[in-house]
Design a protein around this ligand. Structure first.
Ligand SMILES: [Zn+2]
Length: 113
C-alpha cells in the first residue's frame, strides 16, 4: 500500500500538531527538571521527594526531546518514497500504525523484535 495525497496530508497535520505539543511539553519539563536549589522552600515535599521528582522529570524531558527529533524527521521524510515503509523489512507500515504513531520508522512486527 502506498500512501495517497489525502493520507499524507492527514499525517502531515498530525505530525505538525504532535511537534507543537511535544515542543511545548519539552519546554515545561525542562523547567521542572532543573536542579532543586538548596534555598528553595519546598513546602510539604521532602528534599528526597523533590529530587526524585526532578529526576523523573529529567528522564521525561530527555524522552520528550527524543520524540520531537523523531517527529521532525518523520515530517521531513513524509514526501519521500521511504516514508511509510519499514526501515527493517521494507514492507509498508499499516495505516493503523501510522495514525497511532506517525513517526514510526518500523512496522509493528519489526518494532516488537
Ligand atoms: Zn518491518
Amino acid at each position: 500500500m502506498s500512501l495517497n495525497k489525502e493520507q499524507k496530508d492527514e499525517l502531515r497535520a498530525m505530525l505538525e500538531n504532535l511537534c507543537k505539543e511535544t515542543a511545548a511539553q519539552a519546554k515545561l519539563l525542562e523547567v521542572s527538571s532543573r536542579p532543586v536549589s538548596l534555598e528553595e522552600s519546598i513546602g510539604r515535599l521532602s528534599r528526597m521527594d523533590a529530587i526524585n521528582q526532578q529526576n523523573m522529570n529529567l528522564a521525561r524531558f530527555e524522552s520528550t526531546k527524543q520524540r520531537l527529533v523523531m517527529l521532525e524527521a518523520a515530517l521531513a521524510r513524509l514526501d519521500k518514497e521511504a516514508y511509510g515503509m519499514c526501515i527493517l523489512c521494507k514492507e509498508p507500515i499499516s495505516w493503523a500504525r501510522l495514525t497511532a504513531k506517525p513517526e514510526a520508522g518500523a512496522c509493528i512486527k519489526c518494532a516488537k523484535k
